[in-house]
Design a protein around this ligand. Structure first.
Ligand SMILES: [Zn+2]
Length: 463
């Protein structure tokens, strides 16, 4: 497995800290509103990373934080006159509904910021002791000039930063505008916690340092987020974590590029701002939305258009129709001796694509080429009943990564019904048509229609 590591600027071979286990932190939602499709592009890609590792046999431990205290959540809850907890609970629940709609696998942990205040306070205390943080009237700040490596992720020169930023410093209590708040002291109308470092609430950046290290250890494998998180958020996470532990924070940084709509930045004023619900309301299916968000390589900008979404629906239908055909066609009773070789070849190609910087376009190409290949073989009557399970199982395997197939086709048959169809097949092969027709009638009473097609028997369930 190799992929692009933001901090080195290179494609690197992945080496897990613990053999076949991968520990991943993903910056999660701030639960002040519904997440939009730009957010979901990142979450769907992170799901692809997770599923790819699982497909390669890794155990995944993933953490996604829920930011349930920040300026926006406080402001909104105050406007509505309800508690922060009540306000964020609603949007946290809606977030999980959306995650399920998009068939995003659940992470192992979804820590809430408000439930990890003591861990944040511990880090801030260490930073104060070691001289990386200083106290002012309004907050405790991180002094970026004390951290030698500041800027190593975003490739930013701290001295350049300082020059341009003097103007704003007066508005704050901090010594330099690029210094950031670790702890904001109690302000009127804001929730606060009573802690050893004073009454107040955490800054955003400290949340992720505290919750990642709490569940994944002081050094872990992969940290992901959108490209807009690189600076200052992830840069600040590194500064806080490495200064407090004296250890390397993260081995690999993966950043997902932006989503634009019809070639333009998404914005409410332009009317091109969409939540997942907005798109579902237009009648599009969730698997197609997932497919579209997934299909563009994560290091390219994804241009979301409804035309592309229609194409995604067609692609989903191609997969569904193929699966339907494979699962419902009653093939002749033989086994193609080439089938193991074929499935292995396509599976290898699929895996190589994933291992090549999560090249999902290549992986999807492989899936569609496999469908094409098998369809030709069906027409040439080269597929036997013993091949069906192998075809279904490789397709189900691909879908463990792609995630667009239903768990079960509603049209699936009972084993008793399958046996009847197979019995009818044998009767027809023995030219016992009268008995065969009786079975056809029996199946019809059960609501199953039998069709004899040039490439075998197919069935349909009456709706
Ligand atoms: Zn974060």
């Amino acid at each position: 497995m190799k992929f692009y590591n933001t901090i080195s600027g290179k494609i690197e071979e992945f080496k897990a800290i613990n053999q076949k286990e991968v520990r991943i932190y993903t910056c999660g939602p701030t639960v002040y509103d519904f997440a939009h499709i730009g957010n979901f592009r990142a979450y769907v890609f992170e799901d692809l990373v997770r599923r790819s590792f699982e497909y390669l046999g890794y155990k995944v431990v993933q953490v996604m934080n829920i930011t349930d205290v920040d300026d926006k959540t406080i402001k909104k809850s105050n406007e509505l006159g309800i508690s922060l907890k009540e306000y964020t609970k609603k949007y946290t629940e809606e977030f999980f509904k959306d995650i399920d709609t998009l068939n995003i696998e659940r992470a192992e942990y979804y820590p809430r910021a408000t439930e990890h205040i003591s861990q944040m306070v511990d880090i801030i205390k260490k930073l104060l002791d070691k001289g990386y943080a200083y106290k002012k009237e309004d907050a405790i700040y991180y002094d970026i000039s004390k951290f030698k490596d500041y800027g190593k992720l975003a490739k930013i020169d701290v001295n350049e930063l300082k020059k341009g930023s003097r103007v704003n410093v007066d508005e704050y209590d901090k010594d330099n505008v690029q210094d950031f708040a670790l702890w904001k002291f109690k302000r009127k109308g804001e929730p606060f916690w009573e802690t050893e470092i004073g009454l107040g609430r955490p800054g955003w950046h400290i949340e992720c340092s505290a919750m990642s290290m709490e569940y994944l250890g002081e050094t872990f494998d992969i940290h992901m987020g959108g490209v807009d998180n690189i600076f200052p958020h992830h840069e600040n996470e590194i500064a806080q974590s490495e200064a407090s532990t004296g250890k390397k924070f993260v081995n690999y940084w993966i950043h997902i590029h932006h989503l634009i709509v019809n070639g333009q930045k998404m914005s409410k004023s332009k009317g091109n701002f969409f939540t997942l619900r907005d798109i579902l309301q237009k009648g599009f299916r969730a698997p197609a939305i997932r497919f579209l968000l997934l299909g563009t390589h994560y290091r390219k900008t994804l241009n979301f258009t409804f035309q592309a979404l229609k194409q995604a629906e067609q692609n989903i239908d191609r997969i569904l129709n193929f699966m339907y055909e494979i699962e419902t066609t009653v093939f002749k009773d033989f086994e193609n001796s080439e089938m193991d070789k074929i499935t292995e070849e396509y599976n290898n190609r699929f895996v190589s694509a994933l291992e090549d910087d999560f090249n999902i376009s290549q992986a999807l190409n492989t899936l569609f080429e496999f469908i094409k290949k098998i369809n030709i073989m069906i027409k040439n009557r080269e597929i036997g009943s013993k091949d069906r399970d192998k075809i279904v199982s490789i397709m189900r395997g691909f879908d463990k990564v792609v995630g667009v197939l239903p768990d079960k086709f509603e049209t699936e048959l009972q084993s008793e019904e399958k046996e009847l169809i197979e019995k009818r097949n044998r009767l027809r092969e023995d030219k016992k048509y009268e008995e065969a027709d009786k079975i056809r009638e029996l199946l019809k009473d059960k609501g199953i229609i039998i069709e004899d097609t040039p490439w075998g028997v197919r069935w349909k369930k009456l709706q």
